[in-house]
Design a protein around this ligand. Structure first.
Ligand code: CAA
Ligand code: NAI
Length: 246
């Protein structure tokens, strides 16, 4: 991909799953990667460095604006700039609506929606000063079409689409780009929490490609949208889902 070498990318939730695959994909493109996660991301950093790039693990809780601010300051201190932010950290707390607690609502909105607001707010002063930068968000097939047991998650993932489009309208004129990836069901720890029978009989059966996606397939979409190959793409949502939304 063009334009990713020697750039600096902050990837939230990069200790595992899609975030880790994305960190490794960007490292392979020559991007310096800030692995920003609540969980230990030192393993991801070691793999980033094995690929010949530079990595930095910063522990962060995306729900906490002070923690996020400190994370962005550390990234700027070590690498001098921030070119890409990938808002990838996310959680589920599934329950049918009639059983969904206010705590489950607050927790999911806190990470998946407010966390995206916090991280984007913290990098904007740097990107606006640079007059360049790319912010990517992570929605979901569930954000676009809804899902049983996911009122909180669907609301958060529809919300990030609205945020992303609003930011593109506000700040395209400043040289910034904002895009969203909407993955289908991807083989990570998040999907492992789905009851086996539901996954097999209600979900995989409806995916025309007949399988879960791989984290690397989402990483490729992030790399494309962050690269100069996508420099006229702004405010869009790219579905990567094996056609499960058709
Ligand atoms: N799609 C279709 N049907 C579903 C379903 C789903 N995702 N989830 C549950 N159902 C069905 C069940 O098969 C069951 O059907 P029957 O009555 O015909 O047997 C019915 O709904 C009730 O389900 P449960 O008996 O499991 O009800 P519960 O109250 O014990 O649990 C639940 C409810 C917590 C929602 C549980 O069913 C569950 O975890 N379902 C999976 C929800 C899901 O799809 N989560 C996606 C997580 S991955 C993710 O979010 C990433 C992403 O962006 C795609
Ligand atoms: P995962 O559960 O494997 O990884 C999520 C990462 O986010 C973890 O490393 C976790 O420690 C981190 N995290 C959680 N809360 C955090 C917080 N408060 N602060 C900092 N880090 C935090 O999940 P996965 O599957 O890799 O998901 C990544 C993103 O992709 C999420 O936003 C998810 O909603 C989205 N997504 C996932 C799909 C899937 O099927 N796996 C499908 C569609 C979207």
């Amino acid at each position: 991909m063009r334009g990713l070498k020697d750039k600096v990318a902050i990837i939230t939730g990069a200790a595992g799953g899609i975030g880790k695959a994305t960190a490794l994909r960007f490292a392979a493109e020559g991007t310096y990667v800030v692995v920003a996660d609540f969980a230990d991301g030192s393993g991801t950093v070691a793999e980033v460095e094995q690929l010949g790039s530079k990595g930095l693990y910063v522990q962060v809780d995306v729900t906490n604006p002070d923690s996020v601010k400190a994370m962005v300051e550390k990234a700027k201190e070590v690498f001098g700039r921030v070119d890409v932010l990938i808002n990838n950290a996310g959680i589920t707390k599934d329950a049918m609506m009639k059983k969904m607690s206010k705590d489950a609502w607050d927790a999911v909105i806190g990470v998946n929606l407010t966390g995206v607001f916090n991280c984007t707010s913290a990098v904007l002063p740097i990107m606006l000063e640079q007059q360049s930068g790319v912010v990517l968000t992570t929605s979901s097939v569930v954000g676009i079409y809804g899902n049983l047991g996911q009122t909180n998650y669907a609301a958060s993932k529809w919300g990030v689409i609205g945020m992303t489009k609003s930011w593109a309208k506000e700040m395209a004129k400043n040289g910034l780009r904002f895009n969203c990836v909407a993955p289908g069901f991807i083989a990570t720890d998040m999907v492992k929490k789905i009851p086996e029978q539901v996954l097999k009989e209600k979900i995989i059966i409806k995916i025309p490609q007949g399988r879960l996606g791989e984290p690397e397939e989402i990483a490729a979409a992030f790399a494309f949208l962050a690269s100069d190959d996508a420099k006229f793409i702004n405010g869009t949502v790219l579905s990567v889902d094996g056609a499960c939304t058709l």
